[in-house]
Design a protein around this ligand. Structure first.
Ligand SMILES: [Fe+2]
Length: 302
């Protein structure tokens, strides 16, 4: 099938015109190097949709959360494929955060005729594939209250009577539900209150305020990145987020960017398989998850 036709179908499936953003141009600049020169011009305009077009046709679909070397190496086993990816770059929790596609990875995608389509905010807001929805489901929760900021469905409050005995048992439940040994934990109080789930980078002060406004004052806010300080930006912004959570007496759980988002991303597989009637492969980042199982988590208080 022609890449152009596949991209047009995905544009309509994800309602991309409703979810244009500028975040990747901004992060792209701050992460250095910039995007490859031949990144599709439409992507630069809306930060969504066709990112790299290599070849004219694809006869299989690959799905991944991040455009990492690990993903590209696994993708390169295939050829003439369309890689549908949530982020146009890597995220390294333990190092420099967002990292650009390497020259080696870029060349490999070209050699193998693998085009890349990016669906970020449009996936967060998709009724079936929202990672936050799937994160809640992984925790066994289905009664969800959508939370919005500026029209963006950033996460869900859990509208459930089932309460975890205390914060530590909830944190343990989150870790084991995602296959981790531990999560980042800021325990302000023993009680969990009502749980809020926000995948990926949920460390936004306004989202804390909105969560409390909707779910009440007694909440535990669980996101991907609760504490992260390795960039100049995060030294200011993440510190402000954590300080606000302390001030508001909110427990924080950080369950990692990749672990919280891969469930929503992989949920695309059956939908894209029936939409395009071609083989679909989800590429899991086993090395990244393995490293997180070993090294992620721990208590923090500032
Ligand atoms: Fe993300």
């Amino acid at each position: 099938m022609k890449i152009d036709e596949m991209a047009a179908s995905l544009d309509s499936y994800f309602n991309v015109n409703d979810w244009k953003e500028t975040v990747w141009n901004i992060i792209g600049d701050s992460a250095g190097n910039g995007f490859p020169a031949d990144v599709d011009v439409s992507f630069r305009d809306g930060n969504v949709g066709r990112f790299l077009v290599n070849g004219t046709y694809a006869d299989e679909i690959l799905i991944a959360a991040f455009l990492t070397e690990e993903v590209i190496d696994a993708a390169a086993v295939h050829k003439d494929a369309l890689l549908v990816c949530k982020h146009p770059m890597d995220w390294d929790e333990f190092d420099s955060g967002f990292k650009h596609l390497s020259e080696k990875g870029y060349q490999l995608l070209k050699e193998r005729n693998i085009s890349v389509y990016i669906a970020h905010k449009c996936m967060d807001n998709h009724p079936m594939h929202s990672p936050s929805r799937h994160y809640a489901k992984a925790l066994g929760e289905t009664s969800l209250v959508p939370l919005y900021h500026l029209g963006h469905n950033f996460g869900f409050g859990i509208d459930s009577d089932i309460e975890h005995a205390n914060f530590d048992s909830l944190a343990g439940h989150v870790a084991s539900s995602l296959g981790l040994n531990d999560v980042q934990r800021m325990k302000m109080k023993e009680s969990t209150g009502r749980l809020v789930v926000v995948t990926g980078g949920g460390d936004h002060p306004e989202w804390l305020h909105e969560s409390m406004r909707v779910m009440g004052e007694d909440i535990t806010y669980s996101t991907g990145i609760a504490r992260y300080r390795s960039t100049e930006y995060s030294k200011v912004h993440n510190a402000a987020f954590v300080a606000l959570a302390r001030e508001l007496n909110i427990n924080l759980i950080g369950a990692g960017h990749y672990p919280t988002e891969i469930g929503g991303v992989s949920s695309l597989a059956p939908s894209l398989s029936s939409m395009f009637n071609m083989p679909v492969t989800v590429i899991y980042e086993k090395n990244k998850l393995g490293n997180m199982i070993k090294n992620w988590g721990g208590e923090f208080y500032d």
